[in-house]
Design a protein around this ligand. Structure first.
Ligand code: HEC
Length: 119
């Protein structure tokens, strides 16, 4: 019986993580849409903010489960962590954990970083 305990606690952690993301998924706003007009500059205001808010903040928002790893709290919190964010979202695609971004979202995010994160 003793050696089941590590597996049990892992299962509990797993369930906690996913039950909470499920509940919060219902509160999520619609998927942010990349700027429609070709030639429109992707900005924090017209795109990136909504993306981080809807795809990351339920885990990385202030007081959320993964806030200790990276806290999303406005543009400065993104720009000061841009290398880690680019790496995990655009390169390894390990984030958003348990989800994914559309091709259009990835493209706009890439553009936004490449343009030095205009506000
Ligand atoms: C379901 C919860 C969840 C969501 C949604 C999520 N993350 Fe994470 N994130 C985590 C956890 C847990 C870790 C730490 C474990 C890991 O790296 O896999 C993490 C780690 C990270 C790290 C640190 C990686 C490193 O090696 O330094 C960054 C940066 C990050 N996430 C950014 C994001 C961004 C940007 C989004 C949205 C596009 C996002 N995350 C969405 C839970 C989440």
């Amino acid at each position: 019986m003793k050696h089941y305990i590590p597996y049990l606690s892992l299962t509990v952690i797993y369930l906690l993580l996913f039950s909470c993301s499920k509940k919060q998924a219902a509160e999520m706003k619609p998927t942010p849409v990349p700027p429609e007009k070709p030639g429109t500059t992707v900005t924090y205001t017209n795109f990136a903010q909504a993306l981080f808010q809807t795809k990351c903040a339920r885990c990385h928002g202030v007081g959320r489960g993964a806030a200790a790893i990276w806290t999303f709290d406005g543009l400065a919190s993104v720009s000061s962590n841009q290398n880690r964010i680019r790496q995990s979202v655009l390169v390894s695609k390990s984030m958003p954990l348990g989800g994914s971004l559309s091709a259009a979202e990835l493209k706009s995010l890439q553009e936004w970083f490449d343009n030095k994160m205009p506000e």
